[in-house]
Design a binder for this molecule. Sequence first.
Ligand SMILES: Cc1cc2nc3c(=O)[nH]c(=O)nc-3n(C[C@H](O)[C@H](O)[C@H](O)COP(=O)(O)OP(=O)(O)OC[C@H]3O[C@@H](n4cnc5c(N)ncnc54)[C@H](O)[C@@H]3O)c2cc1C
Length: 562
Amino acid sequence: MATTKSSIIETRRDQMFPVLETDEIERMRRFGAPRSYSSGEVLAQAGKVSDGLTVILSGKVDVTQHAASGRGDLIVTHRAGSFMGELAQLSGRPALVDAQAQEPVDVLIIPPDRLRALLIAEAELGERIMRALILRRVGLLEIGSGGPVIIGRSENGDVLRLAGFLRRNGHPHQEVDPEIDPEARALIERFHIDSGHLPIVLCPSGQLLRNPSENELARCIGLVGPIDPNRVYDVVVVGAGPAGLAAAVYAGSEGLSVLVLDCRAFGGQAGASARIENYLGFPTGIAGIALMARAYNQAQKFGVEMAIPDEVLGLDYRADADDGCFALKLANNEQACARSVVIASGARYRRLPVNNLEKFEGASVHYWASPLEAKLCAGQEVALVGAGNSAGQAAVYLASQSAKVWLLVRGQNLESRMSRYLVDRIRGLSNVEVLTQATVTGLEDRDGVLEAVRWRQGLKGQEIRRAIRHLFLFIGAEPNTDWLSGSGVALDRKGFVLTGSDTIENRQPLETSRQGIFAIGDVRSGSVKRVAAAVGEGAQVVTLLHASLSQKLRAKQTGSRL
Ligand SMILES: Cc1cc2nc3c(=O)[nH]c(=O)nc-3n(C[C@H](O)[C@H](O)[C@H](O)COP(=O)(O)OP(=O)(O)OC[C@H]3O[C@@H](n4cnc5c(N)ncnc54)[C@H](O)[C@@H]3O)c2cc1C
């Protein structure tokens, strides 16, 4: 029997639209201000920043999906005791739905900063409200309501790029293909758009963008706003991966003013991981994006400001600003200033320059050799590329789990880059075959599944093809530190940021060669490349930030220079 997937709006309606008790509303009054609307008046409009979370005291309000022409489908009718709002109201971003009074209505409006204060002050009530806000966003994502409409062919690279950006940032959107959808065709004709200039994007505000960059799109839908160049934050965190988000949550929860900048999306590499199996407290594993979305929402609850996508191009010191500050130069020519900086810009695993590699990542191409991957290739032949210690350890481990490991080494031998003990161990394993001067030349698939790997030994060697369904890559990681050039922050030979006593004697553990600038997570020289390690460093750095900020304050009071 065919089963239909039920919508979250049906399955979790009670949690999504809870009705508050009279005494709970009374306790909420100190966070908001009363207001009245007459019948037919608009309380919220998609694309426009609303006043905040709206608790209905009396009357009836219809919340509908946004429709360019007329009234959209009804999502819910709020009555006395329920409240209107979703995650956008936590950070003062534009509404994703329309709302209209159906009769005279009295409400209590709680603006974003007061809502955050309420969530923290009222633990149990705050938890129920926060859960409702998150579930409502999930519901909007499910129906694709409230966000921009991307019009273009579904297989078009730019459609995929823009949709991918919105998906990674948890923003609802719709994709319409003019070859299938007559309304999309009519829109294109109305705006006289040549099919070669697609995709176009229609923002809820009515603004039309022609094949925009991610930054243009984010600005149009209010995901990022202008940064005040005169505001000096306690800390700016560069990178919203697990390290950056952890630093933001702990710094925000301890009352520091925090801005997080990321050039792509929240979650970093962890957000791209299909399943994280080794993060403490999740015995059945958790999708990377789900773990990171929780951290992202949590940071916003503590008042952390997010600017995504916003790429940092450089770091300087501005002596002219009040007490001096670090100035981060952004790709859109803006500037963000802070008393301290946390570098959490991570690293990217090196990829092989072979066609279609990305298509197989996650399922057949791995950058890890944990029991999970070993289970996938149990009893099969695998190929592993690399010659460092991580490649050696993975080869030894995989040899114990699989039929055979083909170890493809680009150089002349293993000894030049791998520890002697690993080389000896590999030599002693009968099911590991080391091929030197070997280069992967191609990947073959059948129905999207990796079926064979091709390689060549030496320039003139014959191309070998073997039926292999799992390829492991251990060819190193590159730090995202180009933006630090000229900043005075010392890097190691490979470009990772040096911290602690690796820079100057008696330096604080996560502090860089420049006082007040810290580095955490994968970007840090010698770090353990794990989600838990990144999160741990994010928490640890906050204590050091406090010490650094009080030192600055003391220096200011005594007039001494740091
Ligand atoms: C496919 C895959 C699977 C993984 N699976 C696991 C696992 O199961 N368990 C585990 O423990 N670890 C896993 N890892 C490793 C783990 O994801 C990383 O160790 C962790 O994400 C590092 O966190 P980070 O915050 O230091 O850096 P990152 O996650 O790399 O985040 C850095 C962020 O900085 C941003 N950034 C970079 N440069 C700039 C700039 N100039 N301006 C603004 N922003 C910038 C990037 O866009 C990125 O979002 C996996 C990694 C990958 C790639």
